[in-house]
Design a protein around this ligand. Structure first.
Ligand SMILES: Nc1nc2c(c(=O)[nH]1)N[C@H]1C(S)=C(S)[C@@H](COP(=O)(O)O)O[C@H]1N2
Ligand SMILES: [Mo]
Length: 367
């Protein structure tokens, strides 16, 4: 990574608010509190649970509103979900896309508890010709020149999947403010923009929703003139815990000679991950990694490991790539689009193999 690729102050402002998951946290099956990535388009709203209600309205037979206690009194489920921002990898694209400048760390895995959305939809009863469900957050801002509440919709078929939750707990505790307190939508397998936080309203629609986050943002297009296809499910990706130790400023890695166990996790929203391969020579040759079990269920990442005999010598380029059961494979290089979405290209990682007591990477700097 060069140091002069021109991230501007607007992007720094976004990056300081919306942090990623440090990749060493890939060691944990469930991302520890505070290390799950964050993406907040506008401001984190302050919600008073004494007055908060979740409204269910639109083309329903029986509109109603639920307090948090009323929602919690309904049947609930636990689902472990690997969530990823559609813009993950954006800052690595060329030409540069100005927005939240993610490297590859806009991901995290949490255990969500909540009421299946289907339960609430069934209580409301829907019109036969309803097509979509619209989710409205309590946060408001300006984007693409217009003031708006954060809103996204889902087709009724997707909305009624068993694992789609109105979540009120994250890892056994009430949702933290930044993750959507008191209730958020969680749509396993889809990129994060679909999982609307700070939910205020669920509306059954007779026409597809055409709001900004649906029709302008989150579409794959190469120019403003194109309509493009919507961004939906998470493409396969694997990530590696960066091995060895980092240099403070550049974060270049040094690994000691000997057996180095490379570890990471892999996921896909399209189909289960069935293979992870590793390269230790910049993609010259690929070898199968050992895949761990799916203990956390279909919607969580799977662990993998690979034993690498590291020998001292010139810098090595490591990489890993996932394949899912539908045959989707991570590409070596990303495909560019206007919004900088879906960059699931291989994570290239340069390491120097040397004895850390003797060697130094370039000049040493202190912080
Ligand atoms: N109301 C609301 N919901 C939202 C957002 C938002 O800005 N407002 N950001 C979305 C995006 S783009 C992502 S990637 C995920 C991030 O969820 P997290 O911050 O809990 O990781 O929330 C989604 N839900
Ligand atoms: Mo996102």
């Amino acid at each position: 990574m060069a140091h002069d690729e021109g991230i501007n102050l607007w992007e720094l402002q976004l990056a300081a608010r919306n942090h990623g998951m440090p990749l060493e946290a890939l060691r944990h099956a469930i991302t520890p509190p505070g290390l799950h990535y964050l993406l907040i388009h506008y401001d984190v709203p302050v919600v008073d649970v004494e007055t908060w209600k979740l409204a269910v309205d639109g083309a329903v037979a029986r509109p109603f509103a639920l307090t948090l206690d009323e929602l919690r009194a309904r049947p609930s489920e636990d689902v472990v979900v690997t969530m990823e921002c559609a813009g993950n990898g954006r800052a690595l694209l060329e030409p540069h896309v100005v927005s939240q400048p993610w490297l590859r760390d806009a991901v995290g895995t949490a255990r969500w508890r909540g009421v299946p959305l289907r339960v609430v939809l069934d209580e409301a009863g829907g019109a036969d010709d309803a097509v979509e469900v619209l989710f409205t957050g309590l946060d408001r801002g300006i984007e693409g020149g217009s003031a708006q509440d954060y809103q996204r919709s889902l087709s009724l078929d997707e909305a009624r999947r068993d694992e789609v939750l109105l979540a009120y707990e994250m890892n056994g505790a009430p949702l933290p403010a930044q993750h959507g307190f008191p209730v958020r939508l969680v749509v396993p397998g889809w990129y994060g923009m679909t999982s609307v936080k700070w939910l205020g309203r669920i509306t059954l629609l007779l026409e597809p929703f055409g709001g900004y986050q649906q029709s302008a943002a989150y579409r794959r297009r190469r120019s403003e003139e194109e309509t493009g296809e919507p961004v939906t499910r998470i493409l396969p990706r694997s990530l590696m815990v960066p091995p060895g130790i980092p240099e403070f400023l550049t974060r270049e890695r040094m690994v000691e000679p000997g057996t180095c166990v490379l570890k990471g996790r892999a996921w896909s929203g399209l189909a289960p991950v069935v293979r992870v391969e590793v390269t230790v020579d910049g993609g010259g040759t690929w070898s199968d990694a050992e895949l761990g079990d799916e203990g956390l269920g279909r919607w969580a990442w799977r662990p993998w490991r690979f034993d690498w005999e590291a020998r001292a010598g010139p810098p090595r380029r490591l990489g890993s790539r996932a394949t899912d059961a539908d045959g989707n494979v991570q590409p070596d290089e990303p495909a560019w689009n206007l919004g900088g979405y879906e960059n699931n290209a291989v994570q290239w990682l340069d390491v120097t193999v040397a004895w850390s007591k003797r060697a130094a990477l370039g000049s040493s700097r202190t912080g």
